[in-house]
Design a binder for this molecule. Structure first.
Ligand SMILES: Nc1ncnc2c1ncn2[C@@H]1O[C@H](COP(=O)(O)OP(=O)(O)O)[C@@H](O)[C@H]1O
Ligand SMILES: [Mg+2]
Length: 404
């Protein structure tokens, strides 16, 4: 939780900030600020009940000079506090704001996604000490759920996205969805997000073992989910080696209780790294014989490599069409039982095209309900994240010590 003080923002904007997940918001109106005077207000702002604010927003209803004065005072007396100014930005304002210690400027009409992104960025970058403290306090032996399949177009991204959103609704800002599909990474599109950073930036930051920087590459979604978007081009994606992908996921799992990974078809490159890091593997297939054979083959290889042995879940997607096969046939040919069956539905396509995941629909249909239930079986609601020591130790070992 980031402690956020909003000072003199218009009521609508203050309400919208209060709705951004992961923030504990205290709001003071511009009138109250004027009546109390700057010094008293500062005492209140910086004296959040449980300590000072991590982040202060200077609202659009404060006079600019006053807002910048307050910014400067906070910057001097409480360095490390994130400062965000709400103003119509022009070069002059931007320059004066930067001099006063402001790191982010947003317009009063900023969209919800951008608002969440700015608050998230400001809380991560501007207060490295506080952010590092928060990271340490949050160190978990996070649970890694990898969604994979030997085939493309079987619903991996759809399933990964819906599972992650469903889990994030239970635990806002505690769930990260990583898009590791180098060729067809489309998690951001499925969530209608336009991320500025991707998994490629993140790989560079793990090389520098910089977990604070890594967090700034995540893009928040209005559901409370954080995403690490796919590589900007297939060439960038192909450069991600299995080891890098594995280390990235393990590092994320020490920072967040739940990491969901969407992968490319097959078992090569980054996907192999994801499989190595998996605590739970969700294998997706359709009712087609070619897909079933490929899944059986993948399971054979996973067994040989000793990967995700005790925790595989088979999802049968795009069912309902005539296939001449029953669920029993599927189970016999793959050698494991089906944990979830998803019908082919028009809703899925519509949801994808609108960037609105099925599980967020006001009246969830059968597919959304099945995915919410699967999410609940993977990580039961209310399951407490455990300590990160075990995983941290493992990470140090795999990275040759000291780099975690
Ligand atoms: N149960 C379903 N019913 C209808 N369409 C679906 C279903 N699951 C996935 N789709 C659609 O199938 C296409 C491929 O799904 P996607 O999740 O991108 O697969 P993958 O990631 O395995 O390539 C997308 O257009 C998606 O909307
Ligand atoms: Mg995909």
């Amino acid at each position: 939780m980031t402690r956020l003080s909003v000072l003199g923002a218009n009521a609508k904007l203050a309400d919208r900030m209060a709705a951004v997940p992961g923030h504990d918001v205290k709001s003071i109106t511009a009138d109250a600020v004027e009546v109390e005077g700057a010094a008293e207000v500062l005492d209140r702002v910086l004296g959040h009940d449980d300590g000072r604010a991590d982040l202060v927003v200077l609202g659009d209803e404060l006079a600019l000079d006053f807002a910048l004065n307050v910014a400067q005072t906070i910057d001097r007396t409480m360095p490390g506090t994130g400062l965000v100014l709400v103003a119509h930005p022009d070069t002059d304002v931007a320059l004066r704001a930067m001099r006063a210690g402001v790191r982010e400027i947003i317009e009063p009409s900023v969209g919800d996604d951008e608002l969440a992104a700015v608050l998230y960025r400001a809380s991560q970058t501007v207060a490295p000490a506080a952010a590092a403290e928060a990271s340490a306090a949050m160190a978990h032996d996070g649970h890694v759920i990898v969604v994979g399949s030997p085939k493309g177009g079987v619903g991996k991204s759809t399933i990964a996205t819906n599972l992650a959103v469903s889990l994030a609704q239970q635990r806002p800002m505690d769930v990260v969805l990583v898009d590791l599909d180098a060729q067809f990474g489309d998690v951001a599109t499925l969530l209608d997000l336009e991320p500025s950073n991707s998994v490629s930036d993140a790989i560079d930051s793990i090389a520098a073992s910089d977990s604070v920087l890594l967090k700034t590459f995540l893009t928040p979604h209005s559901s409370g989910l954080l995403i690490l978007a796919g590589a900007p081009s297939p060439a960038d994606g192909d450069r991600i080696r299995a080891d890098d992908a594995r280390d990235l996921i393990r590092l994320l799992s020490t920072l967040f209780p739940v990491v969901v990974v969407d992968t490319a078809a097959g078992m090569a490159g980054a996907t192999l790294g994801a499989l190595e890091a998996a605590d739970e593997l969700v294998l997706v297939t359709t009712m087609e014989v070619t897909s079933l054979r490929a899944v059986a083959k993948e399971i054979e290889v996973l067994d040989q490599l000793g990967l995700a042995k005790s925790s595989r879940h088979l999802v049968l997607n795009l069912t309902g069409r005539k296939s001449g096969l029953s669920t029993r046939d599927v189970e016999a040919s793959v050698g494991m039982s089906v944990s979830t069956t998803l019908l082919q539905t028009e809703e899925a396509l519509l949801a994808a095209n609108q960037g609105q995941p099925l599980v967020l629909h006001k009246k969830p249909g059968p597919m959304a309900k099945a995915l919410i239930a699967l999410a609940g079986r993977l990580i039961p609601v209310g399951a407490a994240p455990t300590s990160g020591r075990r995983k941290q130790a493992r990470l140090k070992k795999t990275r040759g010590g000291g780099r975690a």
